[in-house]
Write a protein that binds this ligand. Structure first.
Ligand code: HEC
Length: 158
């Protein structure tokens, strides 16, 4: 809850403190970019995931994706990415975890950001400093936020 509202700074502090979590560099991706094991070791909370999805300081997935059940109470649904209505019919839990952790493994060259990644960026500091930023960079979302998102996405069935 606090994490979702205060966003990245608090999120990263908590991620650093937690013990049972899988660190971004240790995530085991399968052949198709899927991630079988929960990053926190337990199931996420769909209600928190819905918030991460919609809040600009958190996932801000609505910047690129629309979800019909959210249209009433959340504004600014983008259409850069596909509608996520019925997404749980198209992908299983491991696949959804893989897409949210690092969509680049599943969709070659996608504009969707890798939300659980700390290294391997293409010179993110380049434009301002002429030097690459020092890795590892903090992940965009915490392990808990990823799991909450996966739990929310799993509710999107048609
Ligand atoms: C900058 C835009 C952008 C943002 C932000 C973004 N996505 Fe995406 N997403 C895409 C695009 C584009 C695709 C389609 C894959 C491709 O590139 O071909 C996609 C695909 C997906 C898919 C697969 C959909 C399907 O039906 O096959 C899921 C699931 C998904 N995104 C979840 C998320 C979640 C959850 C977030 C927030 C944490 C998010 N996305 C943030 C652009 C975005």
């Amino acid at each position: 809850m606090i994490r979702a509202t205060l966003g990245l700074v608090v999120g990263c502090a908590l991620a650093g403190a937690a013990v049972a979590e899988t660190a971004p560099a240790d995530v085991k991706f399968g052949e198709y970019g899927e991630v079988a094991a929960s990053l926190t070791g337990s199931a996420g909370d769909p209600a928190s995931g819905r918030k991460v999805f919609s809040e600009r300081s958190a996932g801000n997935c609505v910047a690129c994706h629309t979800v019909s059940e959210m249209v009433e109470d959340v504004q600014f649904h983008g259409d850069v990415g596909p509608s996520l209505d019925g997404v749980a019919d198209r992908w299983n839990e491991a696949e959804l975890r893989g897409i949210v952790s690092n969509a680049k493994n599943v969709f070659d060259g996608t504009v969707m950001p890798a939300f659980y990644k700390t290294t391997g960026y293409i010179r993110p500091g380049d434009a301002f400093t002429t030097k690459p930023a020092t890795e590892p960079l903090p992940p965009l979302l915490t392990a808990q936020q990823i799991e909450d998102l996966v739990a929310y996405l799993m509710t999107l069935k048609e």
